[in-house]
Design a protein around this ligand. Structure first.
Ligand code: PXP
Length: 240
């Protein structure tokens, strides 16, 4: 059986750096260390407000990585231009609201449909693998297929919150399981991410058909206590 890939999101290394306006801790250093410790890809989200990762991080990380860079972007003209210029191997299109603390839900695939189709077409032609970050429901998965995405990333935020709060997560897990099965059935590669901890990743790793997990906030937070190599190794062990 093919192993599940671990994408390590290093946005919050940049959050800590930016909190003091210094040059450290360096997201590039974190990306190189994560690569050395077994990350299968590195994820960065270049937000419109550059609140964590900035253009210079994108430049340095993209030119130094040997493993694929997964660039998360909103569906805007500015981000399309940047992604076309840097040609990251993977691009994940995400919704973005300026005031949100983090990506609050999946993409609204009824909105800017024509523009989304154009972005996907242009980025695929430019040799980037395209993923759409969506909620676990059949209707959005069908739309992602019609838009010609290569992959979908299922937003696991609701499920993870229920796990964190020790609440009943079965309904949410069932939605994710059905979404993963449906996505695979119609020929999409299925990923999962947002809010994952050791506990929620362990539960979701039992879902057949998820090819990639993208994990950031908890993994980087855990590194404060155990170090980045150990938190990556622990996640690799859990999701294998
Ligand atoms: N996947 C996507 C598409 C995201 O936008 C994020 C958050 O930036 C993540 C995964 C990682 O989420 P977290 O930082 O909560 O692990």
């Amino acid at each position: 059986m093919k192993k599940i890939r671990l994408g390590v999101n290093i946005d919050h290394v940049a959050t800590v750096r930016n909190a003091r306006g210094e040059k450290y801790p360096s997201p590039l250093r974190a990306a190189i260390l994560a690569e050395k410790c077994g990350a299968d890809s590195i994820t960065i989200h270049l937000r419109e407000d550059r609140r964590h990762i900035n253009d210079s991080d994108l430049n340095s990380i993209n030119s130094r990585l040997k493993i694929p860079l997964n660039l998360e972007i909103a569906a805007t003209k500015e981000m399309l231009k940047i992604a076309l210029k840097h040609k990251p191997p993977f691009v994940c299109i995400v919704p973005e609201k300026r005031k949100e603390i983090t990506t609050e839900g999946g993409l609204n695939l009824n909105f800017k449909k024509i523009f989304l189709k154009k972005i996907i077409y242009k980025l695929k032609k430019n040799k980037s693998r395209i993923s759409l970050f969506i909620e676990p429901n059949q209707s959005d998965i069908k739309k992602a297929k019609l838009l010609n995405a290569d992959c979908i990333e299922i937003h696991t935020g609701k499920f993870c919150t229920l796990v964190n709060e020790n609440k009943n997560f079965n309904k949410e897990l069932d939605k994710i399981n059905k979404a993963v099965a449906f996505g695979n059935r119609i020929g999409l590669e299925v990923h999962a991410g947002h809010g994952l901890t050791y506990k929620s990743a362990k539960i979701l790793s039992k879902t057949k058909g998820i090819k990639e997990f993208n994990i950031g906030h908890f993994l980087i937070g855990e590194s404060i206590f155990v170090g980045l190599p150990s938190s990556i190794k622990q996640f690799k062990k859990i999701i294998k």
